[in-house]
Design a protein around this ligand. Structure first.
Ligand SMILES: NC(=O)c1ccc[n+]([C@@H]2O[C@H](COP(=O)([O-])OP(=O)(O)OC[C@H]3O[C@@H](n4cnc5c(N)ncnc54)[C@H](OP(=O)(O)O)[C@@H]3O)[C@@H](O)[C@H]2O)c1
Length: 265
């Protein structure tokens, strides 16, 4: 089986790296991108066949992954329609491009809309799924299985797809920002840069695993660390009075609204 990527930048590249880690062979993956430089880089770093010829991938691949920016979608979809290949599973990850919008150009194709995130390159991703009615069960299972090997998968209804995108698609950027801010705050208190980052990263990993594995709410876990009158309580007091929750509410709302705007264009 040949997997074909149209577009292989940050997200497409992360999926390809994740697939290679889970046992797919470079010979089973091909990609087409816009510039020869990117094609050469993909061929040299990942060992896959990479071209600047979408038609070749559209014809030769058994499964097509669309990993271009949303603005490139009309052009790529019309190239697929014009190439007149038989319908094949089409996995699309462009923000704002619903299954229904794509079906207008490629009616009756087995379309699978996903919203992945970049940590799947390390097997720790989240991938959201929404399927076209025409997508057979075996294609759904096969593609979900592919992504399950790179993290967790969730089938999401269209009405909350943008909100879920704000959380898991964009969320890694929020968490990177948090880790950076936490580490810099400790640097001000005298830690060197490397030590501050190492401590911040491992603290976030450990705390996330506690939430995942202990049968206790995050709020209760926070109370277990912050004994009244102790040093953690002094820090928590600052987070609560400066309303971190409200800041995150606004960040997730702004991300969701932007995703909805792109969807409506
Ligand atoms: N980045 C994320 O964390 C993330 C998360 C979830 C979903 N997504 C979705 O993933 C998609 C890709 O985002 P990205 O961040 O990976 O973008 P990106 O890094 O800019 O990559 C875009 C890729 O598309 C290629 N390309 C541009 N025009 C093309 C065309 N006409 N035909 C074929 N290839 C073309 C580019 O090639 P060149 O390098 O040669 O220009 C590049 O490989 C977007 O739709 C986005 O909504 C991204």
């Amino acid at each position: 089986m040949k997997l074909g990527f149209i577009g292989a930048g940050e997200m497409g590249g992360a999926i390809i790296r994740g697939l290679l880690k889970t046992g797919w062979k470079p010979e089973e993956i091909m990609a087409s991108v816009r510039t020869p430089d990117s094609a050469n880089r993909l061929a040299n770093t990942l060992g896959i066949a990479a071209y600047t010829d979408n038609r070749r991938v559209i014809i030769e691949a058994d499964r097509l992954f669309l990993a271009v920016k949303p603005a490139q979608m009309p052009q790529v979809l019309s190239e697929i329609a014009q190439t007149q290949v038989p319908a094949k599973p089409l996995i699309t990850m462009a923000l704002g491009w619903s299954v229904e919008k794509i079906e207008k150009v490629l009616p009756n194709w087995p379309i699978i809309r996903i919203m992945p995130n970049t940590p799947l390159a390390l097997g720790e991703g989240v991938t959201l799924f929404h399927f076209a009615k025409a997508t057979p069960d075996r294609d759904r299972r096969e593609v979900m299985g592919m992504f399950e090997s790179m993290g967790k998968t969730f089938e999401i209804s269209l009405s909350v797809f943008d909100a879920a995108t704000a959380l898991s698609g964009s969320g890694p950027a929020f968490v990177y920002h948090f880790i950076d801010a936490l580490a810099r705050a400790a640097e001000i208190q005298g830690l060197d840069e490397k030590m501050a980052r190492d401590l911040a990263v491992q603290t976030v990993i450990g705390a996330a695993k506690m939430v995942q594995q202990e049968n206790v709410s995050p709020a209760q876990l926070a109370r277990q660390v912050a004994t009244p009158g102790g040093c953690t309580a002094a820090g928590m007091e600052v987070l609560i009075t400066s309303d971190l929750q409200e800041v995150l509410r606004e960040a997730v709302a702004a991300t969701t609204h932007r995703a909805q705007e792109v969807s409506q264009n």
